[in-house]
Design a protein around this ligand. Sequence first.
Ligand code: 5GP
Length: 194
Amino acid sequence: MKLLQDKIMQEGIALSDQVLKVDAFLNHQVDPVLMAEIGKEFAARFRAERITKVLTIESSGIAPAVMTALELKVPVIYARKRKSLTLREDLYTEKVYSFTKQEESEVSVSKKFLFAGERILIIDDFLANGEAAFGLARIIEQAGATVSGIGIVIEKAFQPGGDKLAAAGYRVESLARIASLGEGSIVFADERQH
Ligand code: 5GP
């Protein structure tokens, strides 16, 4: 997505060869006009999948997920991260290892909002090792629902998450794919071939 690539070039900062900082438009300050365009793009790519709900993870997935759900006219759920390990029967819960925090956390979704037979679109801000997306997929599958697609705003294609998700049979659509990061350099990769 050209608009997104331009924004990443203008405002993204490669913190290392592994981490891209985009807090000027996605991870702290949010550009609502760009998010609206991102929502339209995801909706166009996944409309034929007859999505019933969008699922993301707090907090940075919420903005693109809401704009996508608005276009698809379906609800959006965000999985909550919890420190407490107390088991709750009314929640679907999975452990997810956080790439940025380097710690394991539990993510959960209330059983009130996710049902068997639903067709769920996962949206997230970044894809690195695929931990967050696999955790959300396991929650969807616990509920007896189907993962109908995974939409990622920025995929770091030099990390293994995208290939792992595709190998597991999921359809992954990333709006920007990064081939490499370096001091003052951000290089894009081509779109994933399906
Ligand atoms: P994964 O679960 O695929 O290993 O990592 C994805 C999650 O880690 C995303 O939800 C995102 O919050 C965070 N993340 C991974 N890499 C980056 C990065 O380079 N920049 C930022 N801002 N977040 C990242």
